[in-house]
Design a protein around this ligand. Sequence first.
Ligand SMILES: C[S@@+](CC[C@H](N)C(=O)[O-])C[C@H]1O[C@@H](n2cnc3c(N)ncnc32)[C@H](O)[C@@H]1O
Length: 393
Amino acid sequence: MTDTIIRVAARGDGVTADGRHAAFAAPGDILNADGTLSHGPHHQVPPCRHFPTCGGCQLQHLDDDSYAAFVTDRVASALDGQGLSAPMRVPHVSPPNTRRRATLHAEAKGGRIRLGFSEEKSHAIVDIAECHILRPELFALVTPLRGFLQRLGFKRRCDIHLAMADQGPDITITGFAPEGLDAAEAIIAFCERHKVARLSVDDGMGPETRWEPEPVTITLGGIPVPLPPGAFLQATEDGEATLVAAVGDAVGKAGTVADLFTGLGTFALALPARVYAAEGARDALLSLKAAANGAGRQVFAEHRDLYRRPLTKPELDRFDAIVLDPPRAGARDQAEALAQANVSAIAYVSCNPASFARDAKMLADHGWRIDWVQPVGQFRWSTHVELAARFVR
Ligand SMILES: C[S@@+](CC[C@H](N)C(=O)[O-])C[C@H]1O[C@@H](n2cnc3c(N)ncnc32)[C@H](O)[C@@H]1O
């Protein structure tokens, strides 16, 4: 018996019409009776030599059309699981080599430094020799970083967080904090040579910046915002632009907007409105405050834990529209208050279709309707899918 793969499930397996799963299968592939696959028109040759070992990309065997369809299907299936459906916009998928933030893992093994992403469902590190997702400026640091860690006498495991700031690469090393004059000289030499904008180390006491010749910023909504080491950034610039455009479209001409889980103000600074911005990370909030004040923008920023103290209905009712962009867990309590609120539109940005669908159900049960969903694949070739959605009544 043979069977055709009709879709790709949330975890990346191909699935046949009768529910059989096959790893590394694309829609249109044939699953033969002996369990082997015959490739169909949507199977592509994975571009990276580290596929499928490297856990960074699980879906490089899908061509662009079927990967884009997967991104949309992830959101539609999560909604379907809650008995909901919504008009889907054309998905945005970030092109290769556009990822501007990523965490690599490093370990010293057999006198060598291994540096790369983890293997799928494992702590083993893939010592990357190529990468088709990282921005070239960030990938260019990988080989020099191995030599740098060796030079510093690195002997354990650590994480290396890379981000692309306005001034160039921003590196935060967690789990290793080299000391002494030798280390200081090595850091300066490395950063000067590779045009690093900032290097911070964090051995458990918070990030300590060892190199930052000029203050590091990230431009959001046209305004340079001081970038705290390790702060949240949308994963790609084009993904951020897509989400910002969708949020702008969702809130329309709203004069007063609340931006909840605002981070550094990705949406707050892009909206032409008076914005109340709430965020739980104090360093991010202070950065946004300084940037907005400096630019004369009407952003009122509040340090607030929105899980413990979600905005109440009377607070929400003061706004024309609400933007929310919670972490992966979603925003159950905030959605509960929002469900009752008297605002004209809600822009819900999510990095987890499952928690989004759960919160959407709560809103739908109180008369809200999903006007549209914009699926976004910023983590190209991974199963990690994002979205922006507009809710109206
Ligand atoms: C997905 S990020 C979105 C950030 C921002 N909207 C953006 O696009 O850059 C989620 C944000 O929620 C913040 N956060 C996490 N838990 C929180 C809490 N309990 N209360 C308020 N903010 C929280 C994080 O610090 C992070 O900035």
